[in-house]
Design a protein around this ligand. Structure first.
Ligand code: URA
Length: 230
């Protein structure tokens, strides 16, 4: 995504989140409205309600061609007040059929990864960069990304996780605004606003390259320790 798209996207995020918070007009400075968000979405119930509202908006979204090809929207699932959020690329066939992220073979592996750090899958929040399945699981196209990413950014703003674990190159490169390969990005924390990002390999990659599971285990231990620390 180029710099212009990123700025437009970021503006969209702020405006959309303000709308969710019931603020139709932007009368405040950014700083003040940030405080409003924190106050408005501070309880699990408030976050759940805001996510439900956003989910409805995503259901109605026709900003790219993918809405016409999906069986179900795959918005996200898990704890609306999670300290840990996982972000993948886009729904696959199983996810499209069920309307839930990471439910196929990759999902089973992700569940094991979460359990390996002594958490339940339902303790975390799981989402994808794209909310609709690209045909034949092809990589997301640039116009689909710029049409959709404001949803995941709004999810992050509502949930306010402490740690975001990105799965695979796509989510890492988007959130870190980087073109580096995932092998270079993974394995360390990046401080962004009030949260930390830990990029790691995608479960689909691990299914093809099981020898690299040990690297993901190292990344997950850092996530576990960071969550304990804060
Ligand atoms: N791969 C992803 O990136 N997300 C899913 O939900 C499933 C597979």
């Amino acid at each position: 995504m180029n710099e212009f798209d990123r700025i437009v996207n970021s503006l969209k995020v702020h405006l959309e989140t303000d709308k969710l918070a019931g603020i139709e007009e932007i009368l405040q400075t950014r700083k003040e409205s940030d405080i409003v968000h924190t106050v408005l979405f501070s309880t699990r119930k408030e976050k759940e309600a805001a996510l439900q509202k956003l989910n409805k908006k995503a259901e109605e979204c026709k900003a790219c061609q993918l809405h016409g090809k999906r069986t179900n929207l795959v918005f996200g699932s898990g704890n609306p007040a999670a300290g840990l959020m996982f972000i993948g690329e886009a729904p696959g066939r199983d996810e499209d059929l069920k309307g839930e992220p990471f439910v196929g073979r990759c999902g089973q592996l992700l569940t094991k990864m979460i359990e390996a750090i002594n958490m339940k899958r339902t303790d975390a929040y799981i989402a994808n960069i794209l909310k609709c399945r690209p045909p034949n699981n092809r990589p997301p196209l640039p116009d689909e990304v710029s049409a959709c990413t404001h949803f995941v950014m709004e999810q992050i703003k509502i949930i306010q996780p402490k740690v975001i674990c990105t799965l695979g190159k796509f989510a890492a490169q988007f959130l870190l605004n980087s073109k580096q390969p995932i092998s270079a990005l993974r394995g360390r924390f990046y401080d962004i606003d009030d949260f930390k990002i830990m990029p790691t390999f995608h479960p689909a990659y691990l299914l093809r390259n099981p020898a690299d599971k040990k690297l993901v285990w190292e990344d997950l231990k850092k996530v576990r320790d960071e969550l304990k620390r804060i």
